[in-house]
Structure formats: structure tokens, C-alpha cells
Write a protein that binds this ligand. Structure first.
Ligand code: FMN
Length: 188
């Protein structure tokens, strides 16, 4: 296992999701001691507190994958100036049963891409609010408000030249910031 296994969560289920494309491309800018695993959140049931003592297998799987990670890297789409329901659903699942949250203490990078000019800024602000309550420290700077436009990706799906310098700088800061945090034990 790598020294820094990172759980990647993409807050969009769309096949051609810009956020997933960004997730696929940006992880290639990280050093070799970091490994990244995208955690599937599309197969989770709608959160229902009645099921806390009998979680679905997909919920158990997601919680185990988060628990095994040293840190989080969360990409959010922006739906009506907030986070998509699928992302909030996954966050709620991971937080329960009470006292068994997989989130607490895991450092997170938050970034997102949207077709709008503010590049998920409002969704990210809402996400930071939720994560703060769950005791997830989030990297404050640089903020990653990315607009999906021509040149963001090249023909091979890698980060295009227009945003490469910025996103390499973002990843460098994220790597340094994760390294500053001690690993946290996740409750069973
Ligand atoms: C229900 C819905 C609401 C949206 N609301 C916003 C919004 O508030 N701000 C914005 O910039 N884009 C908004 N969009 C456009 C998204 O940025 C765009 O669909 C983007 O491609 C979503 O990310 P994805 O490509 O990763 O799926 C919305 C899209 C949908 C489907």
C-alpha cells in the first residue's frame, strides 16, 4: 500500500462528468508516494436513519474505503448553488451510526468544476460548512474554482496548458498539506 492512500469522491454521477475527468487528470500531478482510489457513491441507497443498524453492503464498502484512506479529495459539481444530492447522501451515510463517522479528522481537499463562471464556488462553500461540522479539516488555499471551457483538458484527457500551472500548484499544496496531518484511526 502507498504511504498516502487518498479516497477520491466525485459529486456527480454523469458519465461524461467534468468533475470525474478532472479527478482522473489531476491525480497524475501528484508524487508517487500518493495513490488515489475513486470511491463509488452512485450505488448507495438514499440515506434512511432506520437502516443505521443494518447498513447496505454498498454503504459498508464505502465506509471501509474511506476508513482505509489517509485523506480525502472531494470534487463537487454545483447544483443550484449547492452540492449535488448524491454527494450529501454519501456524506450522511459515512457519518452514521452516531459515534461511528468515517469522516472525523480526515484532511480533505475540496475542488470542483462547473459550466458556470464561478466554478462551483458556492457549492464548495456549502461543502466546507458540512465538512467542518463533521470535523474534517479542509485545505483553505488555494481555492479551486474551475470553469469547464475549451482548453481545460487536452485531446488525451490530461490537464490542458491553460490550467496546468495552476492545477499543479494546487496539487503541490494539497500534497504538502496532507503530509502535515497525522493519520487518524477510524472507529469500527
Ligand atoms: C440540476 C442542475 C443544477 C445546476 N446548477 C448549477 C449551478 O448552480 N451553478 C453552476 O455553475 N452550474 C450549474 N449546473 C450546471 C453544471 O455545472 C453542469 O451540469 C456540470 O457539467 C456538472 O458537473 P459534471 O460535469 O461533473 O456533471 C447545474 C446542472 C444541473 C443538472
Amino acid at each position: 500500500m502507498s504511504q498516502f492512500p487518498i479516497a477520491v469522491i466525485v459529486g456527480s454521477l454523469r458519465k461524461e462528468s467534468f468533475n470525474r475527468k478532472l479527478a482522473d487528470a489531476i491525480v497524475k500531478l501528484a508524487p508517487p508516494e500518493f495513490s488515489f482510489k475513486q470511491v463509488n457513491i452512485g450505488d448507495l441507497p438514499l440515506y434512511n436513519q432506520d437502516d443505521d443498524s443494518t447498513p447496505a453492503d454498498t454503504v459498508k464498502r464505502m465506509k471501509a474505503e474511506i476508513g482505509a484512506a489517509r485523506a480525502l479529495l472531494i470534487f463537487t459539481a454545483e447544483y443550484h448553488r449547492s452540492i449535488p444530492g448524491v454527494l450529501k447522501n454519501a456524506i450522511d451515510h459515512g457519518s452514521r451510526p452516531y459515534g461511528h463517522s468515517v469522516w472525523a479528522g480526515k484532511p480533505a481537499g475540496v475542488i470542483g468544476v462547473s459550466t458556470g463562471p464561478i466554478g462551483t464556488a458556492t457549492a464548495q462553500q456549502h461543502l466546507r460548512n458540512v465538512l467542518a461540522y463533521l470535523d474534517v479539516p479542509t485545505m483553505g488555499q488555494p481555492e479551486g474554482f474551475i470553469q469547464a471551457k475549451e482548453g481545460l483538458f487536452d485531446a488525451a484527457g490530461e490537464i490542458g496548458p491553460d490550467r496546468r500551472k495552476f492545477l499543479q500548484g494546487w496539487m503541490d499544496k494539497y500534497v504538502a498539506w496532507v503530509k502535515r496531518h497525522e493519520p487518524v484511526a477510524t472507529p469500527a
